[in-house]
Design a protein around this ligand. Structure first.
Ligand SMILES: Cc1cc2nc3c(=O)[nH]c(=O)nc-3n(C[C@H](O)[C@H](O)[C@H](O)COP(=O)(O)O)c2cc1C
Length: 188
């Protein structure tokens, strides 16, 4: 009887230790202190911004919000129409600040999926910066259609960059543990 109790107690301790290790690991910051990291994002309604802030928290990088000079309408249907026109005419809207990726090695680039690709302001950001020798780590949030051609289009607009596998999440469903796992897997 005593033996069984000991075995059970042992199993309980092992289970507890494993659970603790898994939870601690999922929360852990990733040590990227030898790299200069920028987390650049555009977000219309907050979902992509939340992912960007999670990534910034995990990597300890600098955060840069891509802001169009002319703010998009708060009316969802109007934005949908404007974004469609921007896509059809390949319009790259002017930004308040084009940003500067010169001092960074790794640039996370986040966007909502707009009409099966990145949002216009992110197109501008990619076009206005020189990504030669840089690593772009893309991420996007979507409303059910997935990343579509977002990541391939990012590579097209930054042909000199190494574009890694992206992190794709539905609306506001991104999880710290998934993000940590994704970044670890990339071995940046
Ligand atoms: C103009 C516009 C176009 C969109 N096009 C798509 C699309 O092609 N596929 C999709 O899955 N979701 C689409 N969505 C939904 C957004 O990608 C989704 O809500 C996203 O999480 C919003 O991110 P944000 O809160 O950072 O702006 C679109 C939303 C807008 C406003």
């Amino acid at each position: 009887m005593k033996k069984i109790l000991f075995v059970l107690l042992g199993l309980l301790v092992i289970c507890g230790a494993v659970t603790y290790a898994v939870m601690a690991n999922s929360r852990k910051e990733i040590d990227m202190s030898d790299k200069k990291v920028l987390v650049a994002y555009y977000s219309y309604s907050g979902n992509t911004e939340n992912v960007a802030k999670k990534i910034q928290n995990i990597t300890n990088g600098d955060l840069f919000e891509i802001v169009p000079k002319k703010a998009y309408s708060k009316n969802y249907n109007e934005v949908v129409n404007i974004a469609q026109e921007e896509k059809q005419k390949d319009i790259k809207p002017e930004l308040v600040d084009n940003g500067n990726v010169k001092d960074y090695d790794i640039i996370f680039v986040g966007t909502p999926v707009w009409w099966y690709t990145m949002a216009g302001p992110v197109k501008t950001f990619l076009s206005k910066n020189d990504f030669k020798g840089k690593t772009i780590v893309p991420f996007c949030t979507h409303g059910g259609g997935g990343a579509s051609s977002t990541y391939a289009d990012i590579q097209k607009l930054a042909p000199d960059a190494k574009v890694t596998e992206g992190y794709t999440s539905y609306e506001n469903s991104a999880k710290d543990s998934e993000i940590t796992e994704w970044i670890n897997k990339l071995k940046l």
